[in-house]
Design a protein around this ligand. Structure first.
Ligand code: KIV
Ligand code: ZN
Length: 504
């Protein structure tokens, strides 16, 4: 029985989100994001596009076997895509096949080179085939917001008759305006005769910065599935951001009168994790999860918030899981206290992972007096995510404003220490040149980003880099109270990851 006031959240961070320029996630990163999504309480995880590549197929299959919520596989309306998609999700507890085909004139004429009648026939054939394999079938009319409504209604009626249980009306190019998109949804819902047999979904892109507004307008006009990504990741300007749309529905509950299954207190951690794993930083201004989202700078605001937080806060940081940094552990804390703390933070680590993280904790405690939850989180997540073919042992740098920077870097490789010296344009460039000399080959840097995990002079610096190698971009991360060390860790991590990719 369909609950008419319950919103289904389909998260597509692992599919549309992974199409963010420069983002490429490996299997273990995808699995970790899937776990975060499950903790958040999403109804459907769109795990990928299995026909796109063997790596995508494997990721969808692994996610299907690892989570309890529904898992969707995206497929073009083609037999080969649909059967491949089904093979990837057939072991999921709740499999869903998501078939799509464009319905706008411009897409049909120039991209598909098909007549409307042919598109209609293909849509029905694809849906029928999907339905013969899987009870839960979503059909998306790609570029629906720019499609002829008369044709769209024909397609929708036909695919619902063919067995689609969800029909999606994407604003694929982010062209719609909220009042227009809301009216469009209302028009479809009131005029397609069999539409009540399916859930109506929306999938909005953010090209004009309206993805969240359009999604909310659709919900207000009867859409009951929303498609989102964490931090609004996705093609071009991204998709509808899960945290923003859910906190809008939550904060303005009386206006929307709908329910959802998201545990909002898990939002902040999910946002941070996705940002770290994808290497896409969250803007400080980002609504709900940005560093400034709950910061009150002016005296008048601070005074008001102290007197009553609701003077300037429409939602609390706690409601999205953003808690104060507290000093939790120090140099004298033992393994037991460390393991207890990370467990109470919600991490479930194997004994080996705890051992590794505890080793890093001890090294950090030698340099940093107060270790906060944020530090611990960073430490846990820096867990050896790839085999360390090369590992930094020592480095020495000479640098100044009147001398050329030189670096000597020693890496451990197959039990042997190898050292190389190099010069560079600044200490980090010199260190990277020296590390690349030890390893051999070309590992050019594409992007470099540094941020402090917590405040204070002894804060941990977290460096994220991207390197070009083998036609792809590879991300690397490093963490240390010394920013040059963090930078070398990140570079070597990226090279180790690129090497794993090479051998996959
Ligand atoms: O933007 C879009 O139209 C899509 C579909 C495949 C759902 O991503
Ligand atoms: Zn999309």
């Amino acid at each position: 029985m369909m609950d008419k006031d319950r919103i289904i959240v389909l998260d597509t961070t692992l599919r549309d989100g992974e199409q963010t320029p420069g983002v490429s996630l490996n299997l273990s990163e995808k699995l970790e994001i899937a776990k975060q999504l499950e903790l958040l309480g999403v109804d459907v995880i769109e795990a990928g596009f299995p026909a796109a590549s063997p790596g995508d197929f494997e990721a969808v299959r692994t996610v299907s076997e690892s989570v309890g919520c529904a898992v969707a596989a995206l497929c073009r309306s083609l037999e080969s895509d649909i059967t491949r998609g089904w093979d990837a999700i057939r072991t999921a507890k709740k499999p869903r096949l998501h078939v799509f085909l464009a319905t706008s004139d411009i897409h049909m004429r120039y991209k598909l080179k098909m007549s409307p009648d042919e598109v209609l026939r293909r849509a029905v054939e694809g849906t029928r085939l999907a339905k013969s394999l899987c009870g839960d079938v979503e059909f998306s009319c790609e570029d629906a917001s720019r499609s002829d409504p008369v044709f769209l209604r024909r397609v929708l009626e036909a695919v619902v008759d063919a067995g689609a249980t969800t029909v999606n009306l994407p604003d694929t190019v982010g062209y719609a305006l909220p009042d227009e998109y809301g009216a469009f949804l209302r028009g479809i819902i009131s005029s397609v005769p069999n539409i009540a047999r399916a859930t109506v979904a929306v999938h909005c892109h953010n090209d004009l910065g309206l993805a969240v507004a359009n999604t909310l307008a659709a919900v207000a006009n009867g859409a009951r599935q929303i498609e989102t990504t964490i931090n609004g990741l996705g093609e071009r300007a991204g998709n509808c951001s899960m945290e923003e749309v859910i906190m809008s529905i939550e904060t303005r509950a009386a206006h929307f009168s709908v329910r959802h299954g998201i545990d909002t207190t898990k939002i902040y951690r999910a946002s941070q994790r996705v940002s770290k794993l994808t290497g896409v930083p969250v803007s400080v201004y980002k609504a709900v999860v940005g560093a400034n989202a709950f910061a009150h700078e002016s005296g008048i605001h601070q005074h008001g918030v102290l007197a009553n937080p609701m003077t300037y806060e429409i939602m609390t940081p706690q409601s999205v899981g953003k808690t104060e940094s507290t000093m939790v552990l120090g140099k004298l804390s033992g393994r037991h206290a460390f393991a207890d703390r990370i467990e109470s933070m919600g991490f479930r680590l194997t004994k080996n992972e705890v051992d590794g993280a505890f080793e890093r904790f001890k090294a950090l405690a030698d340099r940093k007096k107060e270790i906060t939850d944020e530090d611990l989180e960073a430490l846990v997540y820096t867990a050896g995510d790839v085999p360390e073919r090369y590992r930094l042992t020592t480095f020495q740098i000479q640098s100044g404003n009147k001398i050329q920077a030189t670096a000597s870097v020693t890496l451990l490789h197959e039990g042997r220490e190898v050292t190389a010296d190099a010069t560079g344009d600044g200490p980090i460039d010199a260190a990277y040149n020296a590390a690349a000399k030890v390893i051999g080959g070309e590992w050019p840097l594409a992007a470099y980003d540094i941020k402090a995990v917590t405040e204070g002079m002894d804060a941990l610096g977290e460096v994220t880099v991207r390197i070009h190698h083998g036609g792809g971009l590879h991300i690397g991360r490093g963490l240390s109270t010394d920013i040059i060390e963090a930078s070398i860790f990140a570079y070597v991590n990226a090279i180790n990851r690129a090497m794993v990719h090479e051998h996959e």
